[in-house]
Ligand binder design. Structure first.
Ligand SMILES: Cc1cc2nc3c(=O)[nH]c(=O)nc-3n(C[C@H](O)[C@H](O)[C@H](O)COP(=O)(O)OP(=O)(O)OC[C@H]3O[C@@H](n4cnc5c(N)ncnc54)[C@H](O)[C@@H]3O)c2cc1C
Length: 485
């Protein structure tokens, strides 16, 4: 009998519980289902799809060194891929299927369909929760519910970390025998489904890193940059954040590995295992970075506890009565980086050109769309998802709802970032704006952030599309009215 590893968002061989457990208990084959129809429904970016294909190629070469044949199927939709998976198991006499859990509602439905189908044929299914250091559902308040505020969640996460963080799985040992379908010929890897996917946009080398290269990048970041992280992380012109979000979103690296790397870099820790270490002793920069990983976990815990957010619903249900605009010409200006506000335009152009945007600017452009243009946060969320190379349901939804004050933000709705002030604070010399808004590049220093109307016209740059003060006042009154209702 054969074990089958069903790869999903976990394109790695290190710290992969499904792969390690499957290889520890029998001979393995591995499969992946490309689901373009489903991805179209979700609006997944072309960039992330291309990255998936590139990392599937790398995964195949890593698996081949473990003698695990890897077959990639054109699964089309989740429904079709569930059927295909069950048929594969029957055809190849698979006894046990191993996979790592996914938390979106369609992904959960897929898992249930597969489980029901396999049970009918007496095939065992083994699922592992590996996306979070502490499993979703296990960090709860006195009422047994998920925390709704990050500060309280983080405190509890820190207190549970030592007991609950499991050690990292190392790379499995190569298996001796390659399983065969018919007892005559061994199963061979098959990547023919990938032939239609070509890289169309130039991609940052970092996003294509193999697992080994990703770990080298991670070590380098924690050795040389993390100590300054709390001081520099908000300055978009500096490459001062890890830029690991894409590799985390593809499952090429895990947050456990990130945390272990930070612990290993702490001279006093003597490379202790995750659970044996007190993260409170980390330096300020490292602790600040670890807390960003905890934000990632928080949004996953929220997704699991409040599945409505993956169906386009607001976390704060009452905010669905706000008069969001769903059609507005300003949306196109925002998407295309033509709002007349340089920091917003630079950020949107970076997103469109590279598939990535700095966290500070994600917050600034999201707040601008929702609280100055009054456009429905769901449109912004979908646009980001269609462009980001690190597109991730939980973090993207969390970030959008946080910015629109429909989500878990502890601060009140009247926190509205003024994009000009944000620009002066976080891009003091205008270096970031100068890089992406080429028409304004000749303006020196911080004057680039607010060119006069005459200068803007002269440089062929659009005039500002909204009166920020009037727009922010309207937002405050919309939220105030909601409270009265
Ligand atoms: C509106 C909006 C949309 C977002 N959409 C996504 C998305 O689709 N995918 C995604 O991975 N992140 C998203 N984020 C979170 C954050 O912007 C990115 O994770 C971060 O910019 C990635 O850069 P980095 O890897 O250099 O992060 P670092 O600063 O080095 O942080 C390390 C890791 O921590 C996690 N992290 C950092 N900040 C956050 C945060 N605010 N929320 C959740 N996790 C965080 C990421 O996994 C990141 O790689 C969004 C934030 C906002 C405000």
């Amino acid at each position: 009998m054969t074990n089958l590893v069903w790869f999903r968002n976990d394109l790695r061989i290190f710290d992969n519980p499904a792969l390690s457990k499957a290889m520890a208990t029998g001979n393995c084959i591995a499969v992946y289902y490309i689901t373009d129809e489903q991805w179209d429904n979700h609006g997944l970016s072309k960039l992330k799809r291309q990255l998936i294909m590139e990392h599937l190629r790398q995964l195949e070469s890593s698996l081949s060194r473990l003698h695990v044949p890897f077959i990639i199927f054109d699964g089309q939709s989740f429904a079709t891929s569930a059927e295909m998976l069950i048929n594969t198991c029957i055809e190849w006499k698979v006894s046990d299927v191993f996979f790592n859990h996914e938390y979106g509602c369609n992904e959960l439905k897929l898992t249930h369909t597969v489980e029901a189908g396999l049970t009918k044929h007496n095939i065992n299914l083994h699922g592992f929760h590996e996306q979070c250091i502490i499993e979703p559902g296990s960090i709860t308040n006195g009422q047994g519910e998920c925390y709704k505020v990050f500060g309280a969640f983080k405190k509890k996460w820190h207190s549970l970390f030592a007991q609950q963080a499991r050690p990292i799985f190392s790379k499995p040992k190569a298996q001796a025998l390659v399983p065969s379908k018919s007892n005559i010929a061994p199963v061979k890897s098959d990547l023919t489904c990938l032939k239609n996917y070509q890289i169309a946009i130039p991609l940052k080398a970092l996003w294509l890193f193999s697992e080994i290269e990703a770990h080298e990048h991670l070590s380098d970041f924690v050795e040389t940059q993390v100590e300054q992280y709390h001081l520099e992380r908000d300055i978009p012109s500096l490459d001062s954040t890890s830029q690991l979000s894409t590799l985390l979103a593809l499952g090429v690296v895990t947050t456990r590995q990130c945390l272990q790397a930070v612990i290993n870099s702490d001279q006093s820790s003597k490379s202790e295992a995750l659970g044996a270490y007190s993260i409170e002793t980390l330096n300020e920069g490292a602790l600040c970075w670890v807390n960003e990983l905890v934000w990632r976990e928080f949004y996953r815990h929220i997704l699991v506890s409040y599945p409505r957010i993956s169906k386009g619903r607001a976390f704060k249900v009452e905010t669905e009565n706000l008069p969001w605009l769903v059609k507005s010409p300003s949306f196109d200006d925002w998407c295309n980086g033509l709002t007349g506000i340089p920091i917003i335009d630079a950020a949107m152009r970076q997103l469109n050109e590279t598939g990535w945007m700095h966290n500070r600017l994600r917050m600034v452009v999201a707040m601008f769309l929702t609280k100055h243009l009054h456009i429905d946060w769901r449109l912004g969320e979908r646009y980001f998802y269609s462009k980001l190379c690190d597109a991730d349901l939980a973090s993207n939804n969390g970030g959008w709802q946080w910015s629109a004050s429909t989500g878990v933000d502890a601060a009140p709705y009247f926190r509205i970032f003024n994009p000009y002030r944000q620009a002066e604070r976080f891009d003091p010399n205008g270096d970031y704006v100068r890089k992406y808004v080429k028409e304004l590049a000749s303006i020196e220093g911080k004057a680039i952030h607010k060119p006069s109307e005459t200068l803007a016209k002269h440089l062929n740059y659009p005039t500002v599309i909204v009166d920020l003060k009037v727009a922010a006042d309207s937002t405050k009154s919309y939220f105030k009215n909601l409270k009265r209702q």
